[in-house]
Ligand binder design. Structure first.
Ligand code: PEP
Ligand code: MN
Length: 351
């Protein structure tokens, strides 16, 4: 729309899109309103749209993911969870805590330590995606209640994974942020149900997902009216996992700048699942921040011998504090320098 377009003119375009059986996404920026079409835009006569009052231009964006592309949203998106801001220009955000919520005492003890170490968001799984049915599957609803109670007691925002659509109401009710895990990146119904809760969503890349697939599924979150997305690179493996490696997965550092170039959303990395090894969390955290990540998700356990899941990749709270200190230093050194992401970005341009 033209900067001078009125609310009524915006509404008329939206109504026109809706009357063609499509959905409209309205993005109001500081100077201009941009209207995105969700669905098969071939149903729309672009010449007719161009001639409507208040319309500046009408164009087709060919990418399978348009609503999350920089061509559609030109400014970097800052996602807020309670008082914490994530994205370009913000301090790096650290989401830390145990892989699984085991009981109130455990989560409170670890939560207190990760907060003291500098983490701004507390993580903990209540619904665990597990390969084996014989492993600990998570405390479910009881875990969600513990998470909410600890978040309140320690005054820290919380994040937890939703594994099934059946649990989405409860996860949205008890947690401040919803995580969609690697195994569910392709689960359209779960993504759409979560998006509709209009809470911030941490959307993880699947193990063997191409970037265009990953972003095409992230598109569904915006198509359902939710722009509070944080993307997360959590490690990849070849289809079938036939490549024998020393690490659980391979943290794809390339993905971080690629995602940042393609989309305006915050991008974080998860070196815990990306490596599966506590001795590699520090180096891969450093590399992720240097690659342009806006934050990290890190699994922490102060008594790994008691941990009910992912003990091998859990760092101690003291190690988390060290990682945060070093990563903040790296981020400060890079930001504003000629080696910063925004200078790469402006230098190379993007499509
Ligand atoms: C997790 O964060 O606990 C988790 C299971 O992650 P992912 O979906 O990346 O495996
Ligand atoms: Mn885990």
């Amino acid at each position: 729309m033209k900067p001078s377009a009125t609310k009524e003119q915006v509404k008329e375009v939206v109504n026109m899109i809706k009357s063609s059986g499509l959905k409209a996404d309205v993005s109001s920026g500081q100077f201009q309103t941009v209207i995105g079409i969700v669905g098969d835009e071939k149903k729309i006569d672009f010449d007719q749209v161009k001639s409507m009052p208040g319309v500046y231009d009408a164009l087709r964006i060919q990418a399978p993911y348009r609503l999350i592309s920089r061509s559609y949203i030109s400014q970097d998106v800052i996602v807020k969870v309670k008082g914490v801001e994530m994205g370009e220009g913000c301090e790096p955000v650290y989401m830390a805590g145990p892989c699984s919520i085991e009981n109130y005492e455990q989560l409170h003890r670890i939560g207190k330590k990760v907060k003291e170490a500098g983490a701004q968001i507390l993580r903990g799984g209540a619904y665990k995606p597990r390969t084996s049915i014989h492993s600990f599957q998570g405390l479910g609803l009881e875990g969600l209640k513990i998470l909410q109670a600890v978040g309140k007691d320690l005054d820290i925002p919380t994040i937890t994974e939703v594994r099934s659509e059946l649990d989405i109401n409860n996860v949205a009710k008890y947690a401040d942020m919803i995580q969609i895990g690697a195994r569910n990146m392709y689960n359209q119904d779960l993504i759409e149900a979560a998006a509709k809760k209009n809470k911030p969503i941490l959307f993880k890349r699947s193990f063997a997902a191409q970037i265009y697939e990953y972003l095409s599924f992230a598109e569904r979150i915006v198509a359902n009216g939710n722009k509070k997305i944080i993307l997360c690179e959590r490690g990849i493996q070849p289809l079938g996992g036939s490549f024998k490696s020393q690490t659980r997965f391979t943290l794809d550092l390339n993905a971080i700048p690629v995602l940042r170039k393609e989309t305006p959303f915050p991008v974080i990395a998860d070196p815990s699942h990306g490596t599966g090894r506590k001795d590699l969390i520090m180096p891969m955290s450093r590399s992720s921040i240097a690659s342009g990540a806006h934050g990290l998700m890190i699994e922490v356990h102060d008594r790994p011998h008691e941990a009910l899941s992912d003990a091998n990749q859990a760092v101690q709270p003291e190690e988390l504090a060290r990682i945060i200190r070093v990563c903040n230093l790296i981020q400060k050194t890079i930001s504003g320098s000629e080696g910063s992401f925004s200078s790469d970005f402006n230098g190379n341009g993007h499509s």
